[in-house]
Write a protein that binds this ligand. Sequence first.
Ligand SMILES: C[S@@+](CC[C@H](N)C(=O)[O-])C[C@H]1O[C@@H](n2cnc3c(N)ncnc32)[C@H](O)[C@@H]1O
Length: 344
Amino acid sequence: MEEKKYVRRKRYSGKYPKSFEEKYKEKQPEKYQDLIQHVMEKGNTPAGMHRPIMVDEILTFLNIKPNQIGLDATLGYGGHSKSILEKLNHTGHLHATDVDPIELPKTKKRLISYGFTDHDFTLHHLNFRDLDQIPVQGFDFIIADLGVSSMQIDDPKRGFTYKSSGPLDLRMNPEIGIPASVRLKELSQEEIEGMLIENADEIYAKEIALEITKTRAKGETIETTKDLHEVIKRALNKVSKSTQEEAIKKASQRTFQALRIDVNHEYEALFDLLEKIPLLLNPGGKVAILTFHSGEDRLVKKAFQHYQRQGIYSEIFGPDLPSLDEIRDNPRARSAKLRCAIHI
Ligand SMILES: C[S@@+](CC[C@H](N)C(=O)[O-])C[C@H]1O[C@@H](n2cnc3c(N)ncnc32)[C@H](O)[C@@H]1O
């Protein structure tokens, strides 16, 4: 009998995507509708997508009329923009800004695929703090949904989370400024501690700042998301074992948030936006802002109260929170707060 030839067994490729690039094939979601539906039903956001938050509440407040001119200051995946464009129904115009040069062209294609054209919307690759550069007389409404999008968080190359390995970058616009890894080399121990407290109320700010300094002194680099995560783990090694895992998780989330706010100058940009909105809203114009942590929310609250006292906003509303149903369907909505105001 002839000796059996060894046939290499076909490698089991597995059911699930192995890398971010493979995940849900974000460039052809139409082919993966069932999978995307399944992921969303489990309360997750498929990679490459972002689920807009409190859309009904925002649309009810805006009560958009035909021919209005609006601004979505944080375009992202275009979820809010799409709903607004549907309300405008090919009348009026929607301007939208975003600093992210990677996601913006993808969102433009997506909005075009829904049947909207240059006649309906204009996208500006612009920081919202420069919204006065948009050539319009005034806006009937402005919305901002602060922070980062799911696409940005989920892409390891952008370094927004300790959960996947990537360069410690955290810039929404990687074409300007410096990555977080470089920023960490520039700051003194005291400055890192201050940044962690100011931007994220970090309770282990002292320990984390000290461990970062010790790591630098040993000549070790903190270049990747995993490097920083390891530093945080070491900083919290005295926390009791029963609560350590949760403490490390929370401290990591807060540390990444603090760094993100720092490298993107988020408070400065928000401050400028809040100052310029009253100058750019038409009489009776409306503004709706979604925030995701206490630092941003405080700034929005203070600005709205200030302009109400000055008689520039006739009414202010909020904070409104997402419904429990929305939080169950989309856990990323859980920390959202909506504040709204109406110009006199
Ligand atoms: C939470 S996402 C917006 C999601 C969007 N509402 C949607 O439904 O898809 C926030 C977006 O705002 C952008 N962004 C953050 N700060 C910005 C700024 N200062 N100027 C312009 N865009 C900014 C981010 O790049 C990100 O794409």
